[in-house]
Design a protein around this ligand. Structure first.
Ligand SMILES: [Zn+2]
Length: 291
């Protein structure tokens, strides 16, 4: 299913938001062209504040994605909480998620990434149950509207938030148009003690995804990655790979060895430089794995 990229790798690499080196006023179309110049092939449109994009712009983004062979996804607005404690707050978040999916689909995006929310004052298990029912309804609404996208709840970097790896896998198992967005930096920060930072731990996470979701999961991965600063409570801020403790070579070796396919989006401050570094590192691991 996954189309080989120009580099003929099972994983595409790119950035969340247009590369910093996109010519001024280039917008998403310029970002797509810039990614291609950098030999990258994926873009996550960062609609993180709101979804304000005309149908005409969506059509042009879609065209550019096809022309440059850059795979597209959308990061939905931050202000979505599947566990919102008032109906009013939930409805506002629900509308944002639906708007991101509807416009993203028009723009040629296949995947809609969002932050599932926080526990508020609820116990994690109760919050998870509420979140699951709400996500199920949104996913069904999109299917009914024939908005053919995959909703991707992201694994989150703070212990007070919904979005453990197991949460995301379970949502993928229970709902047909839902799969995880696996942020490996967040999972490292969430642990808060420096763990989740080895070949064995990365491989175990990938095995969990394969066991829970099969080919549908492991061959259609959507990954966020960066260096990360953290405390015992989790994420503080994103860092460049060179400035962080994250063992990125081990991650790309684990991805290559297990035969995962999909996309990796860089979220470091020097986004596209690190996307290229990630791609080069992965490419070397794939070559070694094939030997
Ligand atoms: Zn995110």
């Amino acid at each position: 299913m996954s189309k080989a990229t120009h580099l003929d790798l099972p994983v595409r690499f790119g950035t969340v938001g247009s590369p910093a080196s996109t010519p001024k006023n280039g917008g998403s179309m310029g970002g797509i062209a810039r990614l291609r110049e950098l030999n990258l092939s994926a873009l996550e449109l960062a609609w993180v504040q709101s979804v304000r994009v005309s149908d005409e712009t969506c059509a042009r983004i879609k065209e550019a994605g096809v022309e440059y062979d850059v795979a597209l996804s959308v990061h939905a607005p931050y202000y979505i909480n599947l566990n919102a404690d008032t109906e009013e707050m939930w409805q506002a978040g629900r509308e944002r998620l639906l708007a991101a999916a509807r416009a993203g689909y028009k723009a040629g995006a296949t995947d809609i990434i969002f932050h599932p929310g926080s526990y508020m004052k609820r116990q994690p298990a109760e919050a998870f149950g509420i979140a699951t029912e709400r996500l199920r309804e949104v996913a069904a609404t999109l299917r009914k509207e024939q908005v053919a996208v995959t909703l991707r709840p992201e694994t989150m970097g703070k212990s007070a938030m919904l979005g453990t790896l197991q949460d995301a896998i379970t949502w993928g198992q229970e709902i047909e148009n839902v799969l995880p967005c696996v942020d490996f930096a967040h999972l490292h920060a969430r642990a808060g003690d420096g763990s989740f930072n080895s070949y064995a731990e990365f491989s175990a996470a990938l095995s969990l995804i394969e066991a829970g979701l099969g080919e549908r999961g492991i061959k259609h991965m959507h990954i966020h990655f960066s260096g990360i600063a953290y405390t015992s409570k989790g994420e503080k801020n994103h860092l460049n790979l060179a400035d962080a403790d994250i063992k990125y070579k081990d991650l790309f070796k684990a991805l290559a060895d297990c035969g995962a396919a999909g996309r990796v989006l860089s979220e470091t401050p020097n986004m596209e430089e690190d996307a290229v570094l990630m791609q080069t590192t992965y490419q070397r691991s794939v070559a070694k794995a094939q030997r």
